[in-house]
Design a protein around this ligand. Structure first.
Ligand code: ADP
Ligand code: MG
Length: 279
């Protein structure tokens, strides 16, 4: 009887090794000693072993994604302080992290002034998707356009468009910070047309949609782009102060008097809300 336990333990060990489950293998001794101490039951033990394996797999996926996706940092929903940004609907952002939008090939747009967490939340969605085994890619609008222009110059535009259409989730960060050329805008428009209803794009912008004509240097193209993006889209409109400047609230207001005034203007608010679906 004395030998039965270690040999079963050994058999489980070799089964886990055979199944290539190093996370569960590593957790095995701890879990079994909890079982021996009657701290947990059989079902909990199974759950703990599988959970350990899933955690390891998700971390590996994340590491691989961090290498291939060009994500600039690890930002997660757990690190996000919702109490600092009360204009964000917490339920909406949390349910986006369940990734149903990816299955439905819907888009997500984070709008708001600098420092309010647009990039943070876009990255945390990408990380959730990567942990879920989906292919993700990150670029600022300027980066993506540069790479498309380079591909165009070397006669490889088709290939580059294909590569950027492939990921289940593409983050297009910082729409509106840097001016873009007309050719650049056209290339980006082509990319978004390819991704439309094929794969999800998560975008961030410090400019309202009314200003996108200026950003892309062409009102008609911007309108066509917005039309496609918004067809299946979740808009997260963040009105608040910069988290970077959180210990300098007075300074922030002094630096951004126009942003504050604009937010308060009933006209711009009405327009924004009119373009906002419930999801
Ligand atoms: P934006 O893209 O809107 O300019 P970021 O997402 O880059 O802003 O946020 C600026 C910095 O502040 C980042 O380091 C981000 O992780 C952090 N940050 C922003 N908002 C929050 C928040 N509500 N809770 C925790 N960290 C935040
Ligand atoms: Mg940003």
């Amino acid at each position: 009887m004395k030998h039965a336990k270690p040999s079963r333990r050994d058999r489980i060990r070799s089964q886990l090794a055979d199944l290539k489950m190093p996370g569960a293998l590593e957790a095995l001794d701890g879990v079994l000693s909890q079982v021996d101490g009657a701290q947990i039951g059989a079902a909990e033990a199974i759950e703990a072993l599988l959970g350990a394996q899933i955690t390891l797999r998700n971390n590996r996926r994340l590491q691989a994604a961090m290498r291939s996706s060009r994500l600039p940092a690890v930002k997660t929903l757990d690190d996000f302080d919702f109490s600092f940004q009360p204009s964000i609907k917490r339920d909406q952002v949390q349910s986006l992290h369940d990734l149903g939008f990816l299955e439905r090939r819907e888009n997500v747009i984070f709008l708001g002034p600098p420092g309010v967490g647009k990039t943070h939340l876009a990255i945390s969605l990408a990380i959730a998707a990567a942990q879920n085994g989906r292919r993700v890619y990150y670029g600022t609008l300027a980066d993506l356009i540069t790479s498309l222009e380079e591909a165009q110059a070397s006669g490889k535009l088709g290939h580059r468009l294909k590569t950027l259409t492939y990921p289940a989730l593409l983050v297009v960060d910082e729409i509106g910070y840097l001016p873009i050329t007309r050719n650049g805008a056209m290339l980006f428009f082509q990319l978004m047309t390819r991704r439309y209803e094929t794969a999800s794009t998560v975008l961030t912008s410090n400019k309202s949609f009314e200003e996108w004509g200026e950003v892309f240097g062409d009102d008609v193209m911007a309108a066509a782009l917005i039309d496609r993006l918004l067809h299946h889209c979740h808009i997260v409109n963040i009105r608040g102060n910069s988290y970077r400047m959180r210990s300098h609230a007075d300074l922030w207001q002094a630096l951004n008097p126009t942003a504050q005034a604009k937010e308060r203007s009933p006209r711009s608010r009405k327009k924004k809300e009119a373009s906002m679906p419930d999801g």
